[in-house]
Design a binder for this molecule. Structure first.
Ligand code: F6P
Ligand code: MN
Length: 344
């Protein structure tokens, strides 16, 4: 049996389509090359002199920046330097950067998602979204449905890269000996239904009613309207939650809530929600704000937050119904509505 194709081999026929696809493929391969270095750096942890300690600075959204965030951002930036890019948005930079006005693409990325947990040795990752160029920062005023490619790298027990160029989702794992990514999953599909959900349940009292209703149904388990047991997971690292959902289904929620500054949740549209939404849809899942499709949103600013509900399509649709038509949702779960088990 021959070896599985490398990421480079996988993107070759896509790259042959036209000049823009060639640039997209080179950008993906450049991010993958940076990811190999990042994976090694993270693997060595404090032995490499990188601790994950806060550096005193904050990013545009107010998160404390660690030495690792800044180092990883620099590695990705350096890897992308030879690629013709019209505009670049990084979670770690307040402003978008203008590049080559004649370039065919624009990129938004989160260099190290989940980095606030790096000191606890959980999986973290790099998320990216590639848009058609559109006159500098204006490229990022377009809806996520126009993404040319999206993906993320997860630095976990294995380092893996998840990619879509709008033709399904493929997964590649880093072959550490050969220093290449090899395809381990083609046309990956998110199971339609699921018994797993992920949410930061400590915010329960701050949620809107539809989110409480959904979680109440899950917590009620076999005694509730769903008549089955559920299992909860919360890693606190978006890439790890997304990877789990791709492998075995599930639903992830980071809704807006009543805390100050959290009206639109915690996740950023351009480099967290949009790429994840593109991946979920391409894998047969879904991604919504609760009320509408993430990929239809018109961004208002580069670091804007957005509520995100993503994963197995059946659960995402049910959560949407709880938001948009609670009466219809309770007809689906009549026992629960009648008993009102968890209603205050
Ligand atoms: O980038 C934001 C992020 O770290 C995600 O990776 C993760 O899903 C979320 O924030 C964790 O939020 P919380 O701190 O509320 O658990
Ligand atoms: Mn992040």
């Amino acid at each position: 049996m021959g070896q599985a194709p490398t990421l480079f081999q996988h993107t070759r026929s896509y790259a042959a389509q036209d000049a823009r696809s060639r640039t997209v493929a080179s950008a993906v391969n450049a991010i993958a090359a940076a990811a190999i270095e990042i994976s090694e750096l993270i693997g060595h942890g404090s032995l490499a002199g990188i601790t994950g300690a806060a550096q005193g600075g904050r990013n545009a959204d107010g998160d404390a920046q660690t030495d690792l965030d800044l180092h990883v951002d620099a590695l990705i930036r350096a890897a992308l330097r030879p690629i013709p890019i019209d505009a670049l948005v990084s979670e770690e930079s307040v402003e978008a950067e203008r590049g080559d006005a004649a370039a065919p693409i624009a990129i938004a990325y989160d260099p190290l998602d989940g980095s606030s947990n790096i000191d606890t040795n959980v999986s973290v990752g790099t998320i990216f979204s590639i848009m058609p160029a559109g006159g500098g920062v204006a490229a990022f005023s377009r809806p996520g449905s126009e993404q040319l490619a999206a993906g993320f790298v997860i630095y976990g027990p294995q380092t893996s890269l998840v990619l879509t160029v709008g033709d399904g989702v493929d997964i590649f794992t880093l072959d550490r000996q050969e220093r290449v990514f090899r395809r381990i999953g083609s046309q990956v599909q998110v199971p339609v239904t699921t018994a797993e959900y992920a949410i930061n349940a400590s915010n329960y009292r701050h949620w809107d009613q539809p989110v409480r209703d959904f979680i109440d149904e899950c917590v009620a388990g076999a005694d509730g309207p769903r008549g089955k047991e559920f299992n909860m997971r919360w890693i606190g690292s978006l890439v790890a939650e997304a990877y789990r959902i791709l492998r075995r289904g599930g639903v992830f929620l980071y809704p807006g809530d009543g805390r100050e500054g959290y009206g639109e949740g915690r996740l950023r549209l351009l480099y967290e929600a949009n790429p994840m939404a593109f991946i979920m849809e391409q894998a047969g899942g879904a991604a919504v704000t609760g009320r509408s499709r993430v990929l239809d949103l018109l961004p208002g600013s580069i670091h804007q937050r957005v509520p995100l509900v993503m994963g197995s399509i059946e659960k995402v649709r049910h959560i949407e119904l709880l938001h948009n038509d609670p009466a219809a949702a309770s007809r689906v779960a009549p026992l629960f509505a009648r008993r009102g088990l968890f209603r205050a």
